[in-house]
Design a protein around this ligand. Structure first.
Ligand code: FAD
Length: 699
């Protein structure tokens, strides 16, 4: 085996939010324990590797962003390999394994990885290992962990083959060309989401710490006859099993408290992709009645004094802080309550073993501790297994320690999924459940991801209301549960709702409003333009809009814009417009009753609404959901979309609605064009490709 020692392979990652990078780093780390050397680079660093001459196996970890695009860091690479002048054997010398990351709730699942994989195949490259497609919707680790486990064996075989090829070519010079097309080694790993029970034990491995603990050591097992496992309680067989836990990730951040004072960095310094603006909230309206299941708010921002520009259909981002009480609580648990306002300096630890350790871009080098916990870190993020692994080292109570080990172990994978991931357990929940766990601040900075700005669709037209931007959102609410005794609101929507409460209830005597009008709050925003979800450039083209719930939001902007154009250009020809809207109850959450005005003034040609929870006395029950209503208008939809080459827009909930709508459209195409379902799906794919079937969907 010694001849395999320190064999090199090239490891490329293409990351958008850091997940692909973190997984590549995990591979890099494990490689050492397998006697291999991973030459790791971001795929954008094209001066550091050369696939044209690469002889060693290549491993690629690549995520997906936007509507099925490769991450920004892979753009140049993809452009390069998509050069149509490249010959079909351009990469015939290349052996590679690819791990794609994605989210199956989006239409183009793992498309970033699939695009690169397909193109490498077209250019003659060969898989030495089956492609893995990991789904963030059910848990990336369900595919990632077994994929990495299987990688080592696949790499060994690839090296063996490479060696055989090299020695053959030295013996029989000239025959080597026929050998270069060596049979592809495909490992029969079924890398689907059901893979969680896959067990790949390599006894020789030193990558994981193998733990065997006797039952007597464990405090938390079901000693009281309680046989149900929970976040903190483990039951046999897991509580009695030996555990394979991941290697301890090397620390790489150093935090120094400073005596100095000063100012925190401006929020704009946290955003590299766009210019940020702090704009006043000039209006807040509650669109739903008090008894509606979800509360929807409309906010109006004054952008008149800024360069912020938008088109109807664009979205924009709100930079939001973490909940102030949660930050306080975290400081308290960390034993740093008194130090929240202290300035800290965050640096990369000298001599860290973490490969390619760099200063995290979302953390200012110098700011107060509170600033970092409030604006920079997603403190509610679901802890990854590597984080749990690191937390084990900060936990003193033996039973708690064992349970954390279990939760990050291979054997405890289904407990991790059930009690952490599916239960949306965040760091604070974990620290409450495991009170002897006292992590250091540097560990939190290393493991908590960036607090992401939240996107919202613009619900206004700059033509109709110059200098204003409106948007609509539902306040996200999470009810209390066993791991969290109090209910919570979404980070951004909870913050916004609290911020605009004085505008919504101006008569309530809050300290802000006493004796005068409510103070005007400002929120930080930046643009998130899109290139496709816009009105058709030609106003005579008909279009259909489908937007249940808050999905109606961008279409209000479309209709306002269209109304203004109609007023200003009486000689233009305007195409027919359809709007399908749905909500639960007509009298509780019909967000925009003034849609009727658009209908009356001719801006909207057809308005079709449905109410999913209203009871009906009609003999034939009315349709409940927008997709049901669309089916009732199959002929008209087919005419607009297929005969008149119109546009079809869908906005709103991706989980429950978007797929239902596209299924309805497939059925309509199949029925109206008299083709089978597969053919209809192909036609829909062509419409998507032509950007005439457009979706703007979110969870
Ligand atoms: P978060 O705190 O981020 O929570 C949201 C999600 O986190 C939950 O759905 C759940 O999956 C998970 N989660 C977190 N904690 C828990 C818990 N304790 N229990 C269960 N689950 C939990 N939204 C609108 O309302 N209107 C819009 O116009 C709109 N437009 C959008 C446009 C785009 C392009 C995109 C990408 C998104 C859009 N969204 C819109 C969604 C919006 O960006 C936010 O995701 C949403 O408002 C929730 O943000 P939040 O911070 O309040 O919730």
């Amino acid at each position: 085996m010694c001849c395999d020692l320190k064999r090199r392979f090239l490891l490329l990652y293409a990351t958008q939010k850091g997940q692909a990078k973190a997984i590549a780093e995990e591979i890099w780390q494990q490689a050492g324990a397998h006697g291999l050397e991973a030459d790791m680079h971001c795929i954008s660093e094209m001066d550091k590797y050369n696939l044209e001459t690469e002889k060693d196996p290549v491993v690629i970890v690549i995520s997906t962003t936007g509507t099925g695009d490769p991450p920004d860091t892979a753009r140049k690479f993809v452009k390069k390999i998509q050069d149509t002048t490249l010959p079909p054997d351009h990469f015939a010398h290349l052996q590679y394994g690819l791990l794609g990351l994605g989210d199956s709730e989006y239409t183009f699942f793992c498309n970033g990885g699939k695009t690169v994989d397909r193109r490498l195949q077209e250019l003659g490259a060969q898989h030495f290992y089956d492609t893995g497609l990991a789904d963030d919707c059910v848990g990336l680790e369900l595919v990632v962990d077994p994929w990495i486990d299987g990688l080592w064996l696949a790499l060994k075989e690839a090296f063996k083959l490479q060696k055989e090829r090299e020695s053959m070519s030295s013996i029989v010079d000239g025959v080597s060309s026929s050998l270069s097309a060596a049979p592809q080694i495909v490992h029969e790993l079924n890398l689907s989401s059901e893979v969680q029970n896959l067990k790949l034990e390599d006894k020789e491995l030193g990558s994981s710490d193998v733990l065997t603990q006797k039952l007597v050591d464990i405090n938390l097992v079901a000693s009281t006859g309680d046989t149900e496992p929970s976040l903190v309680r483990s039951v046999p067989p897991l509580s009695q099993s030996s555990l394979n836990i991941p290697a301890l990730p090397p620390e790489y951040i150093e935090v120094q408290f400073q005596d100095t004072h000063g100012e925190n960095p401006h929020l704009s310094s946290l955003i590299s992709e766009a210019t940020t603006f702090e704009v006043p909230v000039t209006k807040a309206v509650q669109l739903t009645s008090k008894d509606a299941i979800k509360t929807a708010l409309l906010l109006e921002l004054d952008i008149a004094d800024t360069d912020f520009d938008y088109q109807p259909g664009d979205a924009f981002c709100v930079i939001c802080p973490n909940n102030v009480n949660e930050v306080q609580e975290l400081l308290q648990i960390l034993g740093l309550s008194e130090k929240g306002e202290c300035f800290i300096c965050v640096k990369v630890k000298q001599g860290t073993k973490k490969k390619g350790a760099t200063h995290p871009q979302h953390i200012p080098e110098r700011s107060t501790l509170k600033f970092i916990l409030t604006w920079c870190l997603e403190i509610r993020a679901i802890p990854k297994k590597a984080f749990l692994r690191a937390l084990v080292e900060c936990t003193s109570e033996v039973g708690e320690k064992r349970r954390l080990q279990e939760l990050c172990s291979r054997q405890g994978a289904s407990d991790y999924t059930r009690f952490i991931r599916e239960s949306n357990v965040g760091l604070l929940d974990l620290l409450h459940a495991f009170p002897s766990c006292k992590p250091s601040l540097n560990l939190l900075i290393e493991h908590l991801p960036k607090l992401q700005a939240r996107s919202y669709s613009v619900s206004s037209s700059n033509l109709y209301q110059p200098g204003k931007l409106r948007f609509v959102f539902s306040i996200v609410e999470f009810p209390a549960c066993p791991t969290r005794p109090v209910s919570q609101k979404g980070v951004c929507t909870g913050w916004l709702a609290e911020l605009v409460a004085p505008l919504l209830h101006p008569n309530k005597n809050t300290p802000d409003t006493e004796g005068g009008s409510p103070s005007i709050e400002k929120i930080p925003i930046f643009a998130r333009p899109n290139n496709t979800f816009h009105l058709p450039a030609d106003p005579s083209v008909p279009f259909v809009m489908v937007g249940p719930g808050t999905g109606i939001s961008p279409f209000i902007g479309f209709l306002q814009h269209r109304q203004k154009l109609r007023e200003e250009h009486t000689d233009w020809e305007f195409g027919e417009t359809w709007l399908f809207f749905g909500c639960r109850h007509q009298d509780r959450d019909y967000l925009f009753k003034q849609l009727r005005c658009f209908l009356e003034n001719g801006t909207l040609t057809h308005l079709k609404v449905c109410f999913s929870r209203d009871s009906s006395t009609a003999e034939v029950a009315p349709p409940k959901y927008v997709q049901d209503v669309i089916r009732l208008y199959a002929k008209e939809v087919a005419r607009v979309l297929l005969t008149e080459r119109g546009y079809f827009y869908v906005c709103g909930d991706k989980k429950h609605m978007a797929d239902g709508v596209s299924d309805a459209v497939v059925d309509i195409i199949s029925m109206e064009m008299e083709v089978d379902k597969l053919e209809a799906m192909k036609i829909l794919a062509v419409l998507r490709e032509a950007k005439r079937y457009l979706q703007d969907v979110w969870t």
